[in-house]
Write a protein that binds this ligand. Sequence first.
Ligand code: HEM
Length: 364
Amino acid sequence: MAAAARTASRAFLRSTPATSSFRPAARSTRFTIPTQAFRASSRRGYSSEAGPSKSSNTPVILGLLAAGGAGAYFYLNGADTSAKGPFVPTQQDYQKVYDEIASRLDNSEYDDGSYGPVLVRLAWHASGTYDKESGTGGSNGATMRFDPEASHGANAGLKVARDFLEPVKAKFPWISYSDLWTLAGACAIQELGGPTIPWRPGRVDRDMTACTPDGRLPDGSKDQKHVRDIFYRMGFDDREIVALIGAHALGRGHPDRSGYDGPWDFSPTVFTNEFFRLLLEEKWQQRKWGGPKQFTDKSTQTLMMMPADLAFVNDKAFKKHVERFAKDNDAFFKEFSDVFVKLLELGVPFESKPEDRFVFKTTE
Ligand code: HEM
């Protein structure tokens, strides 16, 4: 997203009253197009099965395996394996991966016009399986490539994001899936107008024996007790949990994935603190429909909140931070960045130090 467009869309969001009908998605005609027509086209464009690798470049795969899959595979060039020596990717190489993902994000055929939101969800679900007691789960391993984890209910629809990244993996076969998925999450946040997400490589792909059990990710139909149980298990406190849920400014529920339907705000492809503001300022009433229990805004009846989203205003300790972030976008951006970096690094045995993280350049 061009920086100018980002600035303009944020300024627009801020200067337009909450309930105005002139608050369209920042770069989407989503709210003027009949839902069914849009959904039909949104299913196009993701067909290939995400697997451990689709590449036909066997030497490269062998090299990847030999080097543990990350960072330092031997760059095989035909039969000549010795001349080039080990390929150690630099920050510039990772920036190229970032740029490739960024250049593919926009697609008017898909959802609200960007693959960014679903990439954020992939990065979060890959990381949010972490259990601080056992040290299992987390972003190291990219085990969602395999069943049973790929078929866990919470991961429904994430094949879209995994498939989206396959051509990027094919172009940069030296990057591990687990680094690629988390880098894509950082890239999406930045490109959709969010804060800088410093990122570092070092994740190694693991096989299906490292899949985590079902039930480690939150359930939208539950309350604050469940939300705390899930996030405390990962090692987050209340303030961090509230900052994280602000990512629901992006994207939408899909009836054919989670069952939920609709976006949380009017600009689902721009990262803002709008989730918090709307959560506080709108009247949320239960939607009468055949799907799971969800709430809709009284003003336009186009937005949604799940029961677990409303837990953030029903709980006093959570609500304190919701109010703070609704008022202070800078505080939200700063605290979201810190906690998203922490999320993406859960369970990764880095050899590098936190100060070695890369700050990627956002595309102009
Ligand atoms: C209480 C915690 C949470 C619950 C219950 C929850 C649940 C859900 C559900 C049910 C969906 C809809 C999926 C679909 O139908 O496509 C969703 C979407 C999404 N979630 Fe969460 N989530 C939680 C926390 C988070 C966190 C911590 C993040 C990131 C930091 C996040 C990022 C997203 C994004 C970006 C989407 C939109 C995906 C898209 O448009 O494809 N969520 N979430």
